[in-house]
Design a protein around this ligand. Structure first.
Ligand code: DAH
Length: 343
């Protein structure tokens, strides 16, 4: 069959033409001449229709294989050209393999979460479990069961986001988690921390955000006293801020604890001498705490005649601010990478 000889000639011609192509533009031209829509190989494929029936299979197979070989040769020649170009670049010094590599962007854990994890680690060592409670709460859990009845002036301590469903709100504090935990475990003893987001309908300032985190702590059992509260908080603060820290417990008021205290730590910046950060008092307030109010224990299923407990609540953003000397809480959630990437 003459046509098969034509194919062999075509292949020889194409391969020798390919050898002379030493840049991408001539490869493209070569492709058009042989493999493109009007290329010689494409025309040769079409020729199959004009052959006598018995010759068609052999010819078809031959021309297909020819096309495959030429495609492979083209790819190979492309590689050769690229390697030659790279070698030439190395030769002239245009490519410097000793330059430092390009670093990929590496993400990091947000400072709030990092601080939360530090807090978890410390309380884990003290035998606390983490308990997860809802962010959308009922008025009953966020206030009533915590001994804050409707109309009680103590409600003014929490400016609240209400939902369109009557009786439901965004929790203003993690304290309602105490009720969830106690109702699940009563009358067993419990030792939990309740971390999570809280929401307050407040003017956003350097000291207050509409959304922030709290970590609540709760211990309930027999013979739990104020000494347990103090020991636990001292152990936590010294692990978090350093063994030399001094603490001060001031009497205060929260509706769900009796007695209630606020806990101050000597200012880590000035060591208690007085500076801008501690407003020249020498002390930084780090949390509220107290002995769980008997009414709250009863509401959650514990008999206050037999059980007692203590609770505390702190803001991890505030903890991080003290630890890292950050003077504005708005940095945490405004998502400026220049701030976030420092931690
Ligand atoms: N829930 C309080 C607040 O958001 C903080 C608090 C104070 C929590 C005393 C407690 C506590 O558990 O005992 O202001």
């Amino acid at each position: 069959m003459d046509e098969l000889n034509d194919l062999a000639r075509l292949e020889r011609e194409a391969l020798s033409a390919l050898q002379t192509a030493t840049e991408q533009a001539s490869l493209d031209a070569w492709f058009g001449r042989y493999l493109g829509r009007k290329g010689a190989v494409t025309l040769a494929v079409r020729r199959v229709g004009s052959l006598p029936k018995e010759d068609r299979p052999a010819y078809g197979q031959a021309v297909n294989q020819l096309r495959k070989r030429l495609e492979a040769a083209l790819a190979q020649q492309g590689e050769t050209i690229k390697e030659a170009a790279l070698a030439a670049e190395m030769e002239t010094g245009a490519f410097d393999p000793t330059l430092p590599g390009r670093l990929p962007n590496v993400g990091r854990v947000h400072l709030s979460n990092r601080t939360l994890r530090e807090i978890y680690d410390i309380f884990r060592q003290l035998g606390f479990q983490i308990y997860d409670a809802p962010e959308v709460e009922s008025d009953e859990y966020n206030f009533e069961l915590l001994n804050i009845p409707a109309g009680h002036p103590a409600r003014d301590m929490w400016d609240t986001f209400y939902t369109t469903t009557p009786g439901y709100l965004l929790r203003t504090q993690t304290s309602p988690g105490q009720i969830w935990a106690m109702r699940e475990y009563a009358p067993e003893p419990i030792r939990v921390i309740l971390p999570g987001k809280c929401y307050r309908y407040e003017q956003v300032t350097a000291r207050s955000e509409m959304m922030f985190h709290q970590v609540e702590g709760l211990v309930v059992g027999e013979n739990i006293t104020m000494a347990d509260l103090k020991g636990t908080i001292v152990a936590f603060v010294r692990q978090m801020f350093g063994q030399e820290r001094k603490l001060r417990f001031r009497f205060s008021h929260f509706p769900f604890t009796e007695p209630s205290v606020e806990v101050d730590m000597d200012c880590i910046l000035c060591g208690g001498k007085g500076c801008r950060v501690c407003k020249y008092t020498g002390w930084l307030e780090i949390m509220g705490a107290g002995m769980v109010h008997p009414t709250v224990l009863r509401n959650a299923g514990y008999d206050p005649e037999h059980y007692s407990g203590f609770a505390f609540g702190m803001g991890p953003e505030r903890i991080a601010m003290m630890k890292h000397g950050i003077d504005d809480i708005r940095y945490f959630f405004s998502n400026d990478v220049r701030f976030l990437s420092q931690f």
